[in-house]
Design a protein around this ligand. Structure first.
Ligand SMILES: Cc1cc2nc3c(=O)[nH]c(=O)nc-3n(C[C@H](O)[C@H](O)[C@H](O)COP(=O)(O)OP(=O)(O)OC[C@H]3O[C@@H](n4cnc5c(N)ncnc54)[C@H](O)[C@@H]3O)c2cc1C
Ligand code: SF4
Length: 554
């Protein structure tokens, strides 16, 4: 018997009958919300499912598998310690199939409406049979009605409008009717590059324990074919670990969070970002709690507001966009195409073999595949770790495969930017993000990649594509100092940027936020435009083959 099972058995009382049972999915691991927060633990039971079917669908990062399993097991022990009965099952197949055999013994289950659409769809048939009851998810900070009320019913939706509205209704950072400091956003102040000073804090490490060790063993044995590095020292899994990470974030990151929010560096993976997203998305840290802690902190307002906007604004906003559009399937222009099976994010081309059962796996489809700009390039193997010769890309990709994390601007202005400039298939990029990042779930990764990162949703939630040439990357990072390209002379990003604008001119020329670049494009000589096209073709070809590009290739 495993250490975990023994420990769980030790903590379990005898009374399993006459309990009211909840199914607690992998991303609702909190007893500070829902029935676990207010009903007597001795009257409650929880069902926790470990399900190898789920990771078999996509080549998820090993660190992500370990993070989820270790948190789930620690949560099981924590709840058993409180007197909650715990039914921990390992089952194969969709969650509805895994739960069904338990119903005759436990009776109908309750579950807070899952954040992931995939899981909602999976569980629907149990709900339809009356074996499962959906109850409200209490981890969110806003309701669908508030989202609708904030910005009218029809898209395009604007995060700023939603954010102002929700600041007003929650009263967070408000003085009566007015925002603290006289403005809702201090974003324009938050655009400083970072040159190593003030020093960025080293992220905390977390003590190993027998549960983590056992999960590590399991991942190494059963999921060794998954990509990514497993690092148990960087794995927060207990309540104490979550507190440790959050204390570190408050003390070391929050004071300087705002000014350096957009900076990127090879010297620090997170600079002053908090690294809490994975724990917040699993509810090991509650969004309401982190917001109220930060609102009460004595830190500069641009940092305080900048952080609160991410959680109360962006995080809630993307979830509403996802839910309201049924996972980006129902868009104003009609229904979007849907990928039949889960995508592998380009794994097969890189690894030279298909991803296990992914394509044949039973269960929900592979997600919406909108593509407003028509990109149809395969994601280059460089995203899986092949050296590209582009120092910015290679640095960020290596960070991602080292620990399943990189901060926001690297996701947007390096990974998504280059993919957009190369006309990569947005769905394939989304699947890559989904498997590679420990904080990725459909509700958050799909709108961020398809909406913000690649403009695949057109103007549904962003006003323009976030693309740039080398000037931005050079200004906001130190990557160029490591590169064989020169950002001022031969960096391909700049030609790729102009080639992108030229290719999509018909669609973008009336965009008011692109007036200046489109005017510059019109002034660009025919000769330069031809050169831009050639660079696009060559970079796409070389990276597509998984080869390294150098200045002599262009
Ligand atoms: C292309 C792309 C893909 C992304 N994919 C994901 C994803 O799969 N999962 C995910 O949680 N975030 C995603 N984000 C949002 C954001 O990049 C991460 O939440 C953030 O980088 C996490 O690191 P952190 O905890 O250090 O964040 P911090 O910079 O410290 O921010 C604090 C918190 O704000 C929240 N947050 C900030 N921006 C967003 C956002 N746009 N959407 C949702 N929450 C936000 C997160 O909970 C984050 O922990 C993505 C952004 C882009 C551009
Ligand atoms: S020179 Fe260009 S490719 Fe190299 S790091 Fe800078 S932006 Fe990236």
């Amino acid at each position: 018997m495993s250490y975990f099972r023994k420990e769980l058995a030790k903590r379990q009382g005898d009374s399993r009958s006459r309990r009211s049972w909840l199914f607690v999915p992998y991303d609702q691991l909190s007893d500070e919300m829902g029935p676990l927060s207010r009903e007597d633990p001795k009257t409650l039971g929880i069902v926790l499912v470990e399900n190898p079917w789920k990771p078999s669908r996509r080549p998820y990062h090993k660190q992500k598998l370990a993070l989820i399993l270790a948190n789930l097991r620690h949560f099981a022990l924590e709840q058993a310690d409180r007197g909650v009965a715990v039914q921990h099952v390992v089952a194969e197949g969709p969650y509805a199939t895994a739960l069904k055999p338990l119903i005759p013994e436990l009776g109908p289950l309750r579950v807070m409406v899952p954040a992931e659409r995939e899981l909602r769809i999976d569980l629907k048939r149990l709900a339809n049979q009356g074996s499962l009851q959906f109850i409200p998810h209490e981890g969110w900070l806003s309701t669908s009605d508030q989202f609708m009320e904030s910005d009218g019913k029809a898209p395009p939706w604007k995060m700023d409008k939603f954010y102002r509205f929700i600041r007003g209704t929650t009263g967070v950072l408000m003085e009566g009717e007015k925002p603290v400091g006289g403005r809702y956003s201090f974003d324009v102040e938050n655009r400083m590059p970072w040159h190593g000073k003030p020093p960025s804090p080293d992220p905390p490490s977390f003590p190993k324990d027998p549960i983590k060790e056992e999960v590590g063993e399991l991942v190494r044995k059963a999921f060794d074919h998954h990509p990514g590095r497993l690092d148990l020292d960087a794995l927060p899994a207990t309540r104490k670990d979550a507190e440790r990470l959050w204390s570190w974030a408050k003390a070391e990151c929050l004071p300087l969070f705002g000014p350096y929010e957009d900076a990127m560096s090879h010297r620090s993976r997170s600079i002053f970002h908090t690294r809490i997203s994975s724990l917040v998305n699993m509810h090991r840290l509650l969004p309401s709690r982190v917001i109220s802690d930060v609102a009460g902190m004595k830190v500069p307002l641009e940092s305080k507001e900048g952080f609160i906007r991410q959680i109360l604004g962006w995080r809630e906003f993307v979830r509403h966009v996802h839910e309201t559009t049924d996972g980006l399937r129902n868009l104003p222009g009609g229904k979007t195409p849907v990928q039949k099976a889960p995508g592998d994010g380009g794994y097969e081309r890189w690894a030279g073999k298909t991803w296990g059962p992914g394509k044949k796996a039973k269960g929900p489809d592979g997600g919406a595949a909108p593509c407003a700009l028509g990109g149809d390039t395969a994601l280059p193997p460089a995203y899986w770790g092949e050296q590209s010769g582009l120092a910015c890309l290679d640095t960020v990709v290596s960070d991602v495969w080292a620990e399943g994390y990189s901060h926001h601007i690297t996701r947007l202005m390096i990974l998504s930017n280059l993919a957009s400039l190369l006309d990569v298939r947005p769905r394939e990029l989304t699947d890559w993000f989904w498997v590679a990042y420990t904080d990725a779930y459909d509700w958050v990764v799909e709108p961020n990649v398809l909406g913000m990162g690649t403009y695949a949703l057109g103007g549904l939630m962003t006003t323009k594509p976030y693309v740039s040439g080398s000037a931005y990357i050079n200004r906001m990072s130190d990557y160029c100092s490591l590169c064989s390209f020169n950002p001022k002379t031969d960096c391909p990003f700049t030609s790729l940027y102009w080639a992108f604008l030229a290719r999509h001119e018909a669609l973008l020329k009336t965009n008011p936020r692109l007036t200046m670049p489109m005017a510059s494009l019109r002034k660009r000589s025919a000769y330069r435009k031809r050169e831009d096209r050639e660079v696009f073709g060559r970079v796409r070809e070389i990276l597509g083959k998984g080869e390294r590009i150098s200045p002599k290739d262009l």
